[in-house]
Design a binder for this molecule. Structure first.
Ligand code: FPP
Length: 245
């Protein structure tokens, strides 16, 4: 893929975003408001993820990245981590047929090794089973942290320089981009965060350099096609200048 700057759409473009990233937030609060255990919020969140995937495909979005488990989420109480990782494994195992039927190609970004051999195998199988999907490219970010991703890229570039495979002056934005897990994907044009929080929380920091940010008050388990539509409409109203005038 060419340099990030060459991948930018035309100034002021208001088309459907090629790539939407979603920080799915508010599962815990949704459950607490109903006096339910947090895990019920995550289960309802998985349903919302299904709705979001279908709504994105229907809207003509080419790429959707869902932030499902951050590298910081490992610090949550052990029982919640177990519930979350169990839910993700369940999703990988049971959702593949539906993804294939819907033309969705699944990729996982993040440090999958932290989930252990069995889950890594489930991920590999799910990715392999969906390679023919062309309707929507779905990235699920698992044990993902943008700073760790950028540090890994720096490490791999330093190794290439140390081995004499690369000269420091050859390192530009396009070269860094090639060392990220999102290499070959368009940068997100739109990042949505639910639950009213307004931060990126270590999500696609490099890739989101020019993304439009839309923060919505809805708790993630309540997210549906109408919320995606609102965010796409808001995106359509923004004038994107990419640093120009
Ligand atoms: C944030 O809510 C959500 C998460 C940490 C997990 C996201 C996981 C899912 C939506 C379910 C699985 C997704 C897929 C793709 C199968 P929170 O727990 O931080 O909520 P809070 O801020 O209200 O406590």
């Amino acid at each position: 893929m060419s340099a990030a700057s060459e991948r930018q759409p035309a100034r002021g473009a208001t088309a459907v975003p090629a790539h939407v990233g979603i920080i799915m937030d508010g599962n815990g609060r949704w459950a607490t408001a109903r006096r339910l255990p947090r895990v019920m919020g995550h289960r309802a969140g998985a349903e919302a993820a299904r709705r979001a995937i279908e709504a994105a495909a229907q809207a003509g979005v080419g790429w959707l990245t869902l932030f499902a488990f951050s590298s910081e989420n490992w610090r949550r109480p052990q029982d919640e981590v177990m519930e979350l990782t169990g839910l993700l494994r369940h999703y990988l195992r049971n959702e593949v047929a539906q993804l294939v039927r819907n033309g969705v190609r699944l990729r996982v970004i993040g440090d999958r090794a932290r989930f252990g051999a069995e889950t890594m195998e489930e991920i590999r199988r799910a990715e392999a089973a969906t390679t023919a999907g062309t309707r929507l490219n779905l990235n699920v970010a698992l044990s993902y942290g943008s700073r760790a991703e950028i540090a890994a890229a720096a490490r791999s570039l330093a190794e290439a320089v140390a081995d004499g495979r690369l000269r420091p002056e050859q390192i530009d934005e396009a070269v860094v981009d090639r060392h990220l897990t999102t290499h070959g994907m368009p940068d997100p044009d739109l990042i949505i965060r639910t639950s009213g929080e307004q931060r990126l929380s270590n999500f696609l920091l490099w890739q989101a350099a020019y993304a439009e940010l839309v923060f919505q008050d809805v708790l993630w388990p309540d997210f549906d096609a109408s919320h995606l539509r609102q965010a796409l409409d808001e995106f359509g109203r923004r004038e994107r200048r990419f640093g120009g005038r």
